[in-house]
Ligand binder design. Structure first.
Ligand SMILES: Nc1nc2c(ncn2[C@@H]2O[C@H](COP(=O)(O)OP(=O)(O)O)[C@@H](O)[C@H]2O)c(=O)[nH]1
Ligand SMILES: [Mg+2]
Length: 279
């Protein structure tokens, strides 16, 4: 099946990126060039986007050691193979629930090549909480501004270009249930994965509190020394200073170090899950 079967055709130009071919691979994805994570609040249309890209219709299993549904699928686009992971719906990455833990660990330590944050255009303010947290962790993000038909129905107009400028990352408007914008979304995911587009998220400025800055710097250095190669050591330092008991435990029992070994995101997350189950 190709994307042109169900998505509106945009242009007749054969070399135009918008006409790259999408091949849905379903669960068949042994090797891949890029891993793409789908994050978002519950009911924003993540699974609808996932299905549109992979051709899958149902969830296939659980996260290791958890009863949380896990869906993975593949697709080929522009001669690259992609593995797409539909993360549990979460309102934040501060890991108050198992769902949030899984999403956080995957984005933070699994280091997907691109993280797509699916947001509900009718509840933008609430949804931006998660989006901003994701943008604190990774540059390689694309915002999928979904449910644009509902927004319109409610009389809401959203300036997606202004939003993209304000956030510093690409924003693609979609009506996933009708397949609208999916072609543009996947083209942008491709461009971010390959580095053709380099998002520069606007981060919350560092605090003016020198004592806090020094503490963060010192702790970050210590974490890097204890766990060489660990991604996002600064984020870990901030969570420690905030009293995150789970992160503290992962440092005490050394399981945090497992996250920095191996470059295959799925095995990284599997090891993390195993570490948690045994903790
Ligand atoms: N009106 C409208 N409904 C949508 C759109 N995208 C998804 N939905 C519907 O919203 C509901 C939740 O979608 P789902 O993909 O399960 O959301 P998830 O919880 O984020 O995985 C389903 O009934 C979808 O059919 C959209 O763009 N417009
Ligand atoms: Mg879902």
């Amino acid at each position: 099946m190709t994307v042109t079967d169900s998505l509106p055709h945009q242009s007749a130009c054969a070399t135009c990126p918008m006409n790259r071919h999408l091949e849905r691979l379903g669960v068949n994805m042994e090797d891949w060039d890029y891993v793409v994570a789908l994050a978002g609040n519950p009911n924003t249309g993540k699974s609808t986007v996932f299905n549109a890209l992979t051709g899958l219709r149902q969830h296939t299993g659980n996260w290791p050691g958890k009863t949380v549904a896990r869906a993975e699928g593949g697709f080929i686009y522009g001669d690259k193979r992609y593995k797409l992971v539909d993360l549990p719906g979460t309102y934040s990455l501060l890991a108050a629930s198992v769902d949030e833990e899984i999403a956080r660990d995957f984005i933070l330590f699994g280091q997907p090549d691109v993280t797509v944050v699916v947001v509900d255009a009718t509840r933008l303010e609430r949804n931006l909480n998660l989006a901003l947290q994701v943008l604190e962790i990774t540059d390689k993000a694309v915002i999928c501004l979904n449910l644009m038909d509902e927004a319109k129905r409610h009389g809401l107009t959203i300036d997606d270009r202004r939003l993209a400028r304000d956030l510093g990352v690409p924003v693609i408007s979609t009506v996933a249930r009708r397949g609208e914008g999916i072609r543009e979304l996947i083209a942008m995911v491709h461009d971010v994965a390959t580095g053709e587009v380099k998002p520069r998220p606007h981060r919350i400025p560092a605090t003016q509190d020198d004592a806090l800055n020094r503490a963060v710097e010192r702790l970050t250095g210590q974490i890097q020394a204890a766990f060489p190669g660990l991604p996002n050591a600064r984020w870990v330092a901030l969570r420690l200073l905030d009293g995150d008991a789970q992160i503290e435990r992962a440092i005490r029992d050394g399981s945090l170090g497992d996250l920095s070994r191996g470059d295959e995101p799925q095995s990284v997350v599997d090891r993390l899950m195993v570490a948690e189950v045994h903790a």
